[in-house]
Ligand binder design. Sequence first.
Ligand code: CO
Length: 466
Amino acid sequence: MRKVQLTETVLRDANQSLMATRLPYADYADILPVMDQAGYYSIECWGGATFDSCLRYLHEDPWERLRKLRKNLPHNKLQMLLRGQNLLGYKHYHDDVVEKFIELSIKNGIDVIRIFDALNDFRNLETALNATMKYATPNTIASGCISYTQSPVHTVNKYIQMCKELKRMGFQTICLKDMAGTMTPYEAEHLIKGIKDALGDMPLILHTHSTTGMAYMTLTKAIESGIDVIDTAASCFSGGTSQPATETMFYALQQYGIETGLNEELINQVNDYFKPIKQKYVDNGMINPKSLSTDAQALVYKVPGGMLSNMIANLTDMKAMDKFEQALAEIPAVRKDLGYPPLVTPLSQMVGNQAVTNVLLGERYKQISKEVKNYIKGEYGIAPAPVAPELLEKVLGENGEPVDCRIEDQNRTGIEFQEAAEALGDLARSEEDIMSYICYPDQTLQFLKDRKAQEENEATYTIEAM
Ligand code: CO
């Protein structure tokens, strides 16, 4: 019997997409024993924005959260999302920092590490992959992830080549990550059939979002075309900018006669548990009803929803909304000049802002942002297609060359592990504390100071009580 398994995203992506990752551990602690038995392929619960949100808003130690998840989910694979050499942020870290981060993630309980690069420059996945293999337990899975986008250079053939490359590198599974939810059923069919034909038994995963309303149709076609794993969220946390619903896909797959390994009663229990939690965040405004509905704009304008709202906000600020249509029309031109980068953070904002600048100044590239300049210099990695020659010359000068190897190999700026340890002094109690500081210095410093103050308070209280 054929099998399609489901990754449950309520603890990470669904929570990140619908409520800016503000779900505290305490809200879901009680349902973990049920989730543990539900039969998911994996539970996505860490990485992405959870780390930053823990430190910045929830006063939780992200590593402590991971250890608690591990303890209460002993039978399920714990999954995280990692931005290759950027770890959880947008800047490049040193190889030794990346390696240490992976070592600690596995040590504290992560099984599946899904690793991607915004530009699909796979050199940026290498260090993370090698570290994952180095510290792997029998449960560890290194999953190579492709940022899916549509453009004239992103053909089925190109994606098949990317998959072959990920397989050659040593990844154990491959994930197609459609962050904007713009993959159509037709594209899913051609892509997945093509990849399955070329790669044989390499497990293939589809991650998409319901944003544009395509997702259920796309997943249907993906299932018919041979997908092995799909990402879904407990139904009350599904839809809109989140994933399609776990239970819905379970019932649909059942009718196909496809085994999911899910326990029907338990996945429904999980959803029942989250219903009042979701209601609480709808009532207090943390979940914006807009994020729960379908928005087909991304299909109309060929740009992700977040990029569009960012652009509208910028133009409104500058009292230039009358230039909206013009700026929108400028986006494809800028994207083409930059070699068709996938429109994912931070590239989507960079392309959008440059399009707005071009239109407002009435001249293309009269002003180029520092970020776009760095991109053209090659600091983000290799663009999917060549950058326009005039733009290259404008930024690099006549004989300038873009950086053609990884930044790591070029210079060693930025904070090192030892430096971070010294900066923290006795505030740091563990390597995990130091790693948090490297990733998010300001938030971690505040968090560690608060922790220390709280401990001193408690100590005083205990003495007095005695
Ligand atoms: Co996602």
